[in-house]
Design a protein around this ligand. Structure first.
Ligand SMILES: *[C@@H]1O[C@H](CO)[C@@H](O)[C@H](O)[C@H]1NC(C)=O
Length: 464
């Protein structure tokens, strides 16, 4: 903090002394040239990601110190590099595009603001101000952008329209970012999917209704070098946050919450995505805390707290005879509280492909119904699934330093395919006990089929 304050004062002096330079004022734009921006922007190559530099800088601007200097308008800060090309950053406040945050639809204003941010030549910051709730219909923030980096700073609340007819064109997405490179979404604000109406009409709640998809609250599709952090995402219509076909993603400090009884409200969903780190997040919803599905590679989930919900899942994989590949998945330092599963791998019969090189380590289970589970007979449909020969091959899975309590007697369940038995399954330092009930002396057990398990260190319970 002290450093930041000193840094800030220094920065104010720098700005004031350089303010004399050209302030091109137009109604919407104001240019401030900064001589010494080296303190602001780290030296980076053309393709490097400036996520470290811009957010903290604009964080300070947003702190209010500059509010008098820089009009609450579309501001351009020109960060001139000595001998280099200038990098300008445009401030785009949704308010200036007509967003009111008064309970009426603000979709159009957000669309216009996005267009301004995405088409700016340097970088851009699209600000959703604090203190208001902005009501939005489904909206697509499409790239590719002219801007090298777009920061979406959500300080206030964004709430979804709960008029289902608004979702006629695309019933699967509410907020969707498409093909944006170098995007940062942050700000400490809230994204509220307002999902109640969708839950009530889910076939899982009302068995007479047909099963239909509901929107994902926040989707990142085809995004490269993406940062999503410091956000509250709640009460989604279905999945809260989905990364699809993305490369290089950092998701951190997220709070994802929905009622335990809300159907299919996965917390974070990862599909066809490579190099993603999910860290320091608290997730409690009605479905999987994190679900990692086909095409995902090099996924790290670290310091995650889950519950309520269905736990951390790899899969489901191989549904409808599909081919699925996931590899390089590490879940490290997680706490699961009262979830129906802990560390789970689930595959449908009849699929093909592989799920390999998976590590679950340093995990604490508290009253988890199935703490460790591989389920190769997963079947989440109305009709029972018939027996199939084919299966997704599960291979090289390490469970290390996992302890705590199981809510059911079967603390470890390996239900592997008979035609493609699980390979390379290692249990190391496992200590799972049955959640204590007054007067009960039963012990937790492991139920294992079509699997050979290697035990390292102290493992309890064990497969026989
Ligand atoms: C995490 O995000 C919240 C807002 O959602 C913010 O107040 C807090 O400072 C963030 N923590 C860190 C370590 O960035």
């Amino acid at each position: 903090m002290a450093f930041q304050r000193r840094f800030l004062s220094f920065f104010i002096v720098v700005i004031l002394s350089s303010l004399i330079v050209s302030c091109e004022m137009s109604k919407l734009e104001e240019v401030v040239k900064l001589h010494d921006h080296h303190i602001l922007v780290e030296e980076t190559s053309e393709n490097d990601f400036l996520q470290q530099a811009y957010p903290s800088y604009f964080g300070m601007v947003e702190d209010g110190k500059f509010k008098g200097l820089i009009k609450e308008r579309t501001d351009i800060l020109s960060l001139e590099k000595v001998g280099g090309a200038p990098t300008s950053v445009k401030m785009v406040n949704v308010k200036n595009f007509g967003a009111k945050g008064d309970g009426n639809d603000d979709t159009e204003a957000f669309e216009k603001a996005w267009e301004a941010a995405c088409s700016s030549k340097g970088g851009a910051v699209m600000v959703v101000p604090e203190g208001n709730t902005y009501l939005l219909k489904p909206i697509r923030f499409s790239g590719p952008c002219k801007s090298k980096n777009v920061i979406v700073q959500i300080l206030g609340t964004i709430k979804a329209s709960d008029d289902q007819s608004d979702y006629k064109k695309d019933g699967r997405h509410w907020l969707r970012f498409d093909r944006v490179a170098g995007l940062v979404v942050e700000g400490g604000g809230t994204i509220n999917g307002n999902g109640e109406i969708w839950w009530q009409n889910s076939c899982k709640i009302n068995k007479d209704l047909p099963c239909k998809d509901a929107p994902t609250a926040l989707t990142f599709y085809n995004c490269k070098n993406l940062v999503v952090k410091n956000l509250n995402i709640q009460d989604s219509q279905q999945i809260h946050l989905s990364f699809e076909r993305c490369v290089n993603v950092q998701a951190s400090n997220l709070s994802v919450t929905a009622p335990e009884k809300s159907p299919n409200t996965d917390g974070i969903h990862v599909t066809n995505t490579q190099n993603i780190q999910i860290s320091n997040s608290v997730i409690g919803t009605g479905d999987d805390c994190i679900s990692i599905v086909s095409g995902s590679q090099n996924v790290q989930a670290t310091d995650i707290t889950c519950g309520p919900g269905h736990g951390i899942s790899i899969g489901s994989l191989g549904a409808k005879y599909s081919e699925a590949y996931v590899s390089g998945i590490t879940v490290n330092r997680a706490k699961l509280i009262g979830t129906t599963n802990g560390a789970r791998i689930k595959t449908w019969q009849g699929g093909s492909g592989t799920a390999t090189d998976i590590t679950f380590e340093n995990i604490e289970m508290e009253n988890v119904a199935n703490p460790i589970i591989i389920d190769q007979n997963y079947c989440d449909q109305k009709n029972p699934c018939s027996k199939q020969e084919k299966a997704v091959q599960v291979k090289n899975v390490l469970y290390k330093s996992i302890s705590g309590t199981s809510a059911s007697q079967v603390a470890i369940k390996f239900d592997c395919s008979s035609t493609f038995p699980c390979q390379g399954i290692v249990l190391q330092d496992i200590d799972l006990k049955l959640q204590g009930k007054e007067g009960e002396q039963e012990e937790a057990k492991a139920v294992c089929s079509n699997v050979k398990v290697s035990n390292i260190g102290t493992v309890s319970p064990q497969c026989y």
